[in-house]
Design a protein around this ligand. Sequence first.
Ligand code: SIN
Length: 297
Amino acid sequence: MNYQRITVERMAGACGAEIGGVDLSKPLDAATAAEIRRALLENLVVVFRDQPLDDHGLQTFTRGLGEFGIEPYVEGTETAPHVVAVIKEADEVRSVNFGGNWHSDWSFQETPPAFTILHARQTPPFGGDTLFANQYLAWEALSPGLRAMLGGMRAMHSARRPYGPQGTYAGGRNARSMKISTGESALAEQSQPVVRVHAETGREALYVNKVYTIRFEDMTERESAPLLGFLCDHAVRPEFTCRVDWRPGTLTVWDNRCVQHFAINDYDGHRREMHRTTVRGEKPIATGEDHNRRAAE
Ligand code: SIN
């Protein structure tokens, strides 16, 4: 694809590209902003290096992509309410990190975020990379028979495993350097299509993940487990992935409608601080639903 305003270098076979030639601390002209969005839709994950943004600049860049998403269970910083600091301190060892399992952000919401933006402020000397997996490819690699069966199915998503009263973060056991709340509200369930149609590209992507998808609709967890387990493992096969290594000033944007991600927890003894925002998305669209009508909602 041709770009006039930015450079775009693919990072891996499945997804991911490094974007150059742009300073995100300055206002973006319409043509540059449009090329960035096109690069994001084509590559699913885009990485900008050496962007010394503060929280205000991060919020401004985020608004250029759409409206802010709603952040449940985590709090924004004092001066920038839409910016969440994702921190693991050097002395937080042998604990679960925020984002440390395969997921698509807030997939239990009725309108989960379209995009997440993560900006590295302090990075460990090694480790702390983030993995991404292309869910268009995951869907396309399934057999026609399984795709035909899954096409009409829905699954229930819930925040209860991480944020429920007995969840991973309950009692401040894990990710203690972050302000995370847990409780009964996390027990709610939200129905989502198993395969969703991307509102901007029209492509179909698998939409189940290990953290938030708990069962298929109208089935028990036990009945769902074998097929759901297969799909969650299949979704993150190495050939569907790319890996982002961070240094201070790296800013990455990903499209939650067609990728899952996983923050690798391999840097005990070192501090990592990232600042994160999200962009509001549409209600996930099922195959066969009126794509244009829903995209306009
Ligand atoms: C997240 O899941 O948003 C955190 C990703 C990361 O820290 O790399």
